[in-house]
Design a protein around this ligand. Structure first.
Ligand code: GLA
Length: 396
């Protein structure tokens, strides 16, 4: 940084520090909430010995987002219900060891993490690019068919990111950066990734994803939060009413790899173009639901261009909370927590049973590196990967 740059970034730094101090003071004194980032707290130490921190973002409405730099993971998200009562609406653990435990790694639910370099599945755990075949770890075998899932054995959800609090008008943020080495998890090229979370004054959790590479490489980054709008640990999510702005989805084979078809949802349990409770048809006799053990599919968003567009809406009747998801991405994986089996106990001391949370993972389509007709996920040197997703909360 030149002295000039240092001088010009000083007011921003002072503003960030002041906001952090105000946020810390207001939390400590129980005063009216203010927007800011509190001083980070220790969250634990990785098995490799790296200390990890927990950052708290607040807004003036009392919404709170706690994010750790391990896996760029959203640990807690306090959101008001229709009476203004705050409740934590995401699944997770109160300390790092929950995320690094053998039980968690074995069942790999990816609670709240950023997944990458390639979120979702790559069939047969390999792809060809520029005439060369790249072999990845086959870390998932649905239906007995091996594939690569969510970036590999040690994907972006299991690494320690550099974190820096940031502030702008109307929003407190946390900027996380990770440098993924050439060849890491079998992927070509050094990938410089930045993910910035913003908590805005209007109860949006906004995520900006950026990446640059020095060699062509597939990139598909997403946030793997599990939501329960009643509050984490408060049973299943089957009564949540879901709308998806998608008239088509990408059907899969028994290995959960897209067949390449873009199939109309009309007349099937996959039609969420009007609101339906998640549980209404999840057990219907349907080959696709049988493959996923419930909903675990990518929908093709109805969209024009790459503007931020409403992709999904979820309403929970008892609390009155609504989550709307906006994205610049072409697809969304709706996964209703079919693999959760009660073996993990979360922050509030409750076991997370089957379908106790749902994910809305904005993304490019699964297996895109092997599917010539899907929108490309290949990032070229000189290009910038740039996507945005907003999780907007309201209550009535
Ligand atoms: C994604 C996948 C699911 C499952 C979860 C993590 O949503 O589509 O099949 O692997 O991640 O458990």
């Amino acid at each position: 940084m030149t002295p000039q740059e240092a001088a010009s970034s000083r007011p921003a730094k002072i503003a960030t520090t002041l906001a952090a101090l105000c946020a810390t003071a207001s939390l400590a004194l129980g005063a009216a909430p203010v927007s800011g980032v509190t001083a980070p707290k220790p969250f634990g130490t990785t098995p490799e010995g790296t200390p990890v921190l927990l950052y708290t973002l607040t807004n003036a409405k009392g919404m709170v987002a706690e994010i750790t730099n391990y896996g760029a993971t959203v640990v807690r998200l306090l959101v008001p219900d229709r009476k203004g009562k705050l409740e934590d609406v995401v699944l997770g653990f109160s300390a790092l060891d929950g995320y690094t435990s053998d039980a968690f790694r074995k069942s790999s639910p990816y609670f709240g993490a950023i997944v990458g370099r390639y979120g979702n599945r790559i069939g047969k755990a390999s792809f060809t690019l520029g005439g060369k075949t790249f072999n990845l770890a086959a870390n998932n075998t649905p239906g007995g068919l091996p594939c690569a899932l969510h970036g590999g054995l040690k994907g972006f959800d299991k690494v320690v990111w550099d974190a820096q609090p940031v502030q702008k008008a109307g929003a407190a943020g946390l900027k996380l950066r990770y440098l993924s080495k050439d060849g890491e998890e079998g992927y070509p090229g050094t990938l410089d990734v930045t993910v910035t979370f913003w908590l805005t004054a209007s109860n949006d959790l906004k995520i900006d994803y950026r990446a640059v590479t020095d060699q062509p490489t597939p990139v598909n980054l997403t946030h793997h939060g599990y939501f329960n709008l009643k509050g984490e640990g408060r049973g299943d999510i089957l009564d949540h009413q879901l709308t998806l702005k998608a008239r088509r989805f990408t059907p899969v084979d028994k290995g959960l790899i897209p067949t390449g078809e873009l199939r109309a949802v009309k007349g099937t349990p996959f039609d969420f173009t009007t609101p339906h409770a998640i549980g209404e048809r999840v057990e219907a006799r349907d080959e696709q639901l049988a493959f996923g053990g419930g909903y675990d599919h990518n929908w093709v968003l109805d969209r024009k261009g790459r503007n931020l567009t409403l992709a999904a809406k979820v309403f929970e009747p008892t609390s009155g909370r609504t989550l709307e998801v906006f994205t610049t991405e072409p697809g969304i994986q709706f996964y209703c927590g079919n693999f959760l089996d009660g073996s993990l106990t979360g922050k509030g001391g409750q076991a997370y049973g089957k379908r106790s949370g749902f994910c809305l993972e904005t993304q490019h389509f699964p297996d895109s590196p092997n599917q010539a007709t899907f929108p490309s996920t290949i990032l070229q040197p000189g290009q910038t990967y740039k996507t945005t997703t907003v999780y907007r909360f309201s209550a009535k």
